[in-house]
Structure formats: C-alpha cells, structure tokens
Design a protein. Structure first.
Length: 266
C-alpha cells in the first residue's frame, strides 16, 4: 500500500526528496490550473513538482466554487472545458486519480430540490467519467463531512451515487477524517468493495497528521483490508512543521497498517 502526501510538491520538493513518502497528491486548481492556457508555465510547474523525486499520482480539489455542479446556475460547457484541460494535464503528470470533493461547487443551494441536485450530479459523472478515461485517469468522488458540504456527506451516500452513475472512470474515495467528523463508523466501508480507489487520512479534532493526537485508525484500516483494498492512502492534514513531522506521521500510519495486517492474518 502506497502512502502519499497532499501538498504543493514544488514548494516542498526538498522535504519530499528526503522523506519516506511514496507519492504526492497535488491540487487541481493551483497545480493543473485548467484556466491557465500558458502551456510553457504548466510544463515548468510540472518539472518543479517532480524535483522531489516522487510520482504525482493524484490531485484533489477538482472544481472551484465558482463552477457550481448542482443548482440553478450550472454551466456544463464550462465544467467540461475545465475538466478537459484538467484530465489532459493530469495524464501528462502521470496521475491516476482526480479527486472530486469540491464542497463549494457541490453544495446544494438553499431551497433547491435535492433530488434534482442528485440527478444533475449523477448526469455530470456520466459525462465526465468517459472523458477522464480517455486520458487514462479516473474520478474519485469524495464524501465530505456535513460541516463542509450538504451533499454526499457519508461514504454510504457516496457509494450510492457512484453506483447510480454506473460509469467507467468514476469510483469512490473514503476520507477517514470526514468519516470521523460525520460519526460514520468503519463498517460503512464494507459496502464499498470494488468501488474504492483512493483514501485520505487525518486526525479528527484538528485535522492533524497521524500520530499527533494519537487517533486510532486501525478499525478503519481493518475494514479496508477485509474488502481487499490495496490502493493509495494520502495524508491530507495541516502541519506545524512538515519537514519535522512528515516521516513521524508516515511511521505512525505504517505501524497501524502493520498491526492491521497482523490482525487480519491472525
């Protein structure tokens, strides 16, 4: 299982290069920057990001808040144009996954029909999934806790939406921080076999890295092992000092993973 870091890869290239992290997860809006048509600037960003010597396997924060994907003001042509550039550059960077959390874009406006919002979102996934596949990447729908969004606020709801879309190129992400904040137990992961392609992790109270507060992720990791999940796990947290804390966080997470594997094997 590969362990990654959500970060600005160029800004932290030296720390990444000397760490035990396996890969980097970048940001669609600031790194892939679909509205920036300067291809030379894009190539320069990519080269700087790869200076840390780690592959960039994913990017999060797919759509900005000014591109709503549900509600009365959806501009599907603008979303498709954004996605086309994002997926092309993701492929050029060697990414496998684009994470679709995007709470600002996905938030259902007050008074808007929830069933219609869900229909809009599922229809969008059916359009974007094949487009992503053509570029060799996949979309991972990320459930967010209710404090950050009012639509797809649990892994259970996310799995239902992905199954309804039933579209190649569209799969599911489980973020253990959001699950903890939402009070969603690890048993919810049991129904996600075959859907999960990506995992995020951070501690519950202050979104700190593993090992800071001592949160025990093993019940969740056990369920992931039980459904055969072997995909990437990205630390998506805040840092007081990334250089000082990254390898400690990775070691803490690897220890919990090792304990989980021993328990499953036993």
């Amino acid at each position: 299982m590969l362990l990654g870091l959500c970060t600005n890869a160029a800004a932290n290239a030296r720390t990444i290069a000397t760490s035990t992290v396996d890969y980097v997860e970048e940001n669609v809006q600031s790194f892939l920057a679909p509205r920036d048509g300067d291809e030379a600037a894009w190539r320069a960003r990519l080269a700087a990001a790869l200076a840390g010597g780690r592959p960039i396997l994913a990017a999060c924060c797919f759509l900005p808040g000014d591109l709503p994907c549900v509600g009365p003001a959806v501009d599907r042509a603008a979303i498709r144009a954004w996605a086309t550039v994002a997926f092309r550059r993701a492929a050029q960077a060697g990414m496998r996954t684009v994470v679709f959390g995007s709470g600002g874009s996905r938030r259902i406006p007050e008074g808007f029909d929830r069933a219609e919002a869900r229909r809009q979102f599922v229809d969008l996934l059916r359009e974007l999934g094949p487009l992503a596949q053509r570029h060799g990447v996949q979309i991972a729908v990320e459930p967010l806790n209710p404090g950050e969004c009012n639509f797809i606020t649990s892994v259970t709801e996310g799995a239902a939406v992905v199954r309804e879309a039933a579209t190649p190129g569209v799969r599911l992400l489980a973020d253990l921080y959001h699950m903890l904040r939402a009070g969603e137990g690890p048993e919810a992961l049991r129904a996600c076999a075959g859907l999960l392609v990506h995992v995020h992790v951070a501690e519950r109270e202050k979104r700190t890295a593993p090992g800071v507060a001592g949160d025990d992720f093993r019940p969740f990791l056990h369920e992931l092992a039980a459904i055969g999940y072997e995909g990437p796990v990205s630390i998506e947290s805040g840092w007081d000092d990334l250089a000082a804390g990254l390898d400690k966080a990775l070691a803490a997470l690897r220890l919990q993973l090792a304990d989980t594997r021993l328990a499953v094997a036993g």
